[in-house]
Design a protein around this ligand. Structure first.
Ligand code: HEM
Length: 445
């Protein structure tokens, strides 16, 4: 199997589609990461797009060499695209925008962001995905849950101690949301405890990577760039060390599975190991972290729903899909058309890029009545697309759901008066809904 970093073609920024059915309305720039930092996900603008231009053309500035793309905002179109991996390929151009951005960036990072199973089509994708299965079964997750419960309580004790010294207030992200997914993932991977804080630090830098690497206009100090490059180097060195160690000394952990997976009887080479390492630590951490924080924001905005959960904690499992629908922690996945197609009356030509906006699909009123409202009794909340769908549907969805359920059961039990204070910040990122701070008042005063 050839690595995608070796076969990927440069993107053609000068390409324009032969036919544009809908004019793209003004109001938000989906390519401007600073707009996501300043405003979060543009739900109102997604609404305008769904109504006026459900398939809209986006042209990155000529200062980048990133290809233009079709933005999909209707639920049916996103689902159709995600389910049809033959027409809409992950492997032909990768699932992220901006691989070949002129901003440059570390070669190992751009290679790794291409060389993993999320960027592979069949026949390579399925066997690699299947190899991970033992660590994603209900049985395995059931065994993990009691350790996650203990960790939730430890983190909440710590949060309470900090809040007591600060008028009841504490940052939920840096004291809870970023630690719980990291703990769970490290338990699965088999990462030594002393090394875990480094993973949280690398995550901060990774969240800023697309902005630093992909935006030639990015306003970042040379000192921050130096720290960024150093941390990215450390992250790959560490991943290489532990994965090679597992080849020599296999254990019963997910790192061993990643390190020893073979394709056609051949072990995977270092560039695939780099990619798998990057995929698992990013996919397993950042997404759950943002759903934990985003759910707190929702429960403060929809107090009646929160009260129902306090009165009847058995409703928490059905709150989780509704919260994921509204938060949509992963904002998009990109595909490349392998044949001509048509979506909502817009012709898509072979070779064109298509971007599925999950946050827009998840608030499509044709599928979810009163889509901006949190309703824990919503009958079809489970149809949300926050985990994607089809061949690449999130491998970690059960792990994510288990962590969300466990966390909110304990949070609402211990701190029923907890509330978001309204203070928050986002990292400049248009790929994940990257909530970097979220202040809560634990209501203990
Ligand atoms: C709320 C938390 C999470 C969300 C919203 C989320 C979302 C997603 C999405 C949208 C995809 C792509 C689906 C598609 O292309 O159709 C994906 C893939 C993936 N996710 Fe998650 N994810 C979450 C948590 C996790 C966790 C906890 C793990 C691992 C422990 C994980 C591991 C993966 C992997 C390995 C893939 C690639 C699967 C493949 O290519 O076959 N995710 N996730």
């Amino acid at each position: 199997m050839q690595m995608l970093s070796e076969t990927i073609q440069p993107e053609d920024n000068s390409y324009r589609p032969p036919h544009i059915a809908y004019e793209t309305p003004e109001g938000f720039d989906l390519m401007d990461m600073t707009m996501f930092r300043d405003h979060g996900q543009p739900y109102d603008y997604f609404h305008t797009l769904r109504e006026k231009a459900p398939v809209s053309w986006w042209q990155p500035p000529a200062t980048t060499d990133v290809a233009g793309y079709w933005a999909l905002t209707r639920y049916e179109d996103v689902k159709k695209c995600d389910l049809d991996a033959k027409t809409f390929s992950s492997g032909a151009g990768g699932i992220l925008m901006g691989y070949s951005a002129k901003g440059g960036g570390p070669k190992r990072l751009s290679g790794a962001s291409l060389n993993s199973m999320i960027n592979l089509d069949q026949p390579w994708h399925i066997p690699l995905r299947m190899a991970h299965r033992p660590f994603f079964t209900p049985d395995y997750i059931g065994k993990l849950q009691s350790r996650v419960e203990t960790e939730v309580d430890r983190l909440l004790d710590n949060m309470e101690a900090i809040a007591k010294k600060n008028d009841g207030k504490v940052d939920m992200v840096t004291n809870f949301s970023e630690w719980l997914p990291m703990y769970t993932l490290c338990e699965m991977l088999g990462i030594d405890e002393k090394d875990r804080p480094s993973i949280v630090r690398w995550m901060h830098y990774l969240e800023n990577a697309a902005y630093i690497v992909g935006d030639p206009e990015a306003k970042v100090s040379p000192w921050f760039i130096a720290k960024f490059l150093w941390n990215i180097r450390q992250m790959f060195r560490y991943g290489q060390k532990v994965l090679l160690d597992r080849r020599k000394n296999p254990r019963d952990d997910l790192l061993t599975v990643i390190a020893t997976t073979e394709l056609d009887g051949e072990p995977m080479d270092q560039s695939y190991l780099d990619g798998s390492w990057l995929l698992i630590i990013f996919a397993g951490n950042d997404t759950t972290r943002n759903s934990l924080s985003g759910t707190m924001r929702l429960l403060s905005q929809f107090k009646d729903q929160k009260q129902m959960l306090i009165d009847e904690p058995s409703l928490i499992p059905q709150m989780v899909p509704e919260a994921l629908r509204l938060v949509s922690p992963v904002m998009y996945m990109r595909r490349t058309a392998q044949a001509d197609a048509e979506l909502s009356g817009q012709k898509i030509t072979k070779g064109e890029k298509v971007v599925m906006y999950y946050g827009a699909a998840n608030r499509d009123p044709d599928v979810f009545a009163e889509p901006d409202k949190m309703d824990i009794h919503r009958a079809n909340a489970n149809e949300h697309l926050a985990f994607g769908t089809g061949a690449h549907v999130c491998l970690g969805q059960r792990i994510a759901n288990m962590q969300l359920e466990t966390a909110y059961r304990r949070i609402l039990d211990r701190f029923p008066n907890v509330e978001w204070t309204g203070k928050q910040s986002h990292a400049p990122n248009n790929f994940v809904n990257a909530i970097s701070h979220l202040e809560v008042d634990l209501g203990i005063n």
